[in-house]
Design a protein around this ligand. Structure first.
Ligand SMILES: [Zn+2]
Length: 258
């Protein structure tokens, strides 16, 4: 069982060592910006490391939207990040499911996802797995509730997309954690990564505020059960720096370990 943390991009391997993490996730560029990643000086070191590397795409990316001025750059930036992530030996690139605007047709959003994968294929293909992550909020999200997730997978199934299950987002988004792995896998056929987070907010609140495990509204044993059932690696995206994340990793190791 590989367990790790979302860390600062400055020195991910040092951050992993400090936390006793077997995996790290970080951003390759400002998560709120449109800038392409710059080449990393530690690329060779990252590629050679035993620590599993995951890259989170910027939050601004929304490939589902009907707004051309967001969708087209999103599509390009996603591919740019996929290439940069592959360059440093990352296992996968994680991206949020995105949304359409109020009043827009959801089915166009699902089809925009299909076009995103088709675009990437035409441009030479994705050099690593892209994992679509479930999100917590909004009425027009592609991957908040699993009825929509099923429609998304119908649209993109042929492209072999991966899935990242965030436990905070599921709870806050209104999906019960009990038996969640079976429900997801009946749609996607796979879970590639778990984002193991507690939620500061209540069930179906639609709010995305992560908390340390056992500190928020989620029974940590449900998070542990999801990790065990999925067999997937887990990344904590929790607050509290080295101390907070180390405690979360220790809790998961203790309860989810062999
Ligand atoms: Zn997440």
């Amino acid at each position: 069982m590989r367990i790790g943390a979302h860390v600062d991009p400055a020195d991910p391997l040092a951050a992993a060592a400090e936390r006793g993490a077997e995996a790290v996730q970080f951003f390759l560029a400002d998560p709120q910006g449109w800038k392409a990643p710059v080449a990393r000086a530690d690329a060779a070191e990252l590629r050679a490391s035993d620590v599993d590397i995951y890259i989170h795409a910027p939050y601004v990316i929304n490939v589902a939207t009907l707004n051309n001025r967001i969708r087209i750059p999103s599509r390009k930036l996603l591919l740019t990040h996929a290439r940069a992530a592959a360059e440093i030996g990352a296992r996968a690139l994680i991206v949020h499911g995105g949304h359409v605007n109020a009043g827009d047709d959801l089915s166009v959003g699902f089809d925009n996802w299909r076009k995103t994968f088709a675009y990437a294929a035409k441009e030479g293909g994705l050099p690593l797995p892209v994992l679509i992550e479930n999100t917590a909020g909004g009425d027009n999200a592609m991957a908040r509730r699993f009825d929509n997730l099923a429609r998304l997978w119908e649209a993109i199934g042929e492209f072999g997309a991966g899935f990242c299950l965030d436990t905070c987002h599921a709870h806050a988004g209104g999906e019960e954690l009990l038996d969640i792995v079976d429900r997801v896998k009946s749609i996607t056929g796979r879970i590639d990564l778990i984002h193991a987070n507690d939620s500061k907010d209540s069930f179906d609140s639609g709010r995305d505020r992560h908390d340390n495990l056992g500190n928020g509204k989620i029974d940590p044993d449900l998070v542990v059960a999801a990790i065990r059932a999925s067999g997937a690696p887990a990344i904590v995206e929790t607050p509290g720096g080295v101390e907070g994340q180390s405690a979360d990793i220790a809790l998961l190791r203790e309860r989810a370990g062999n």
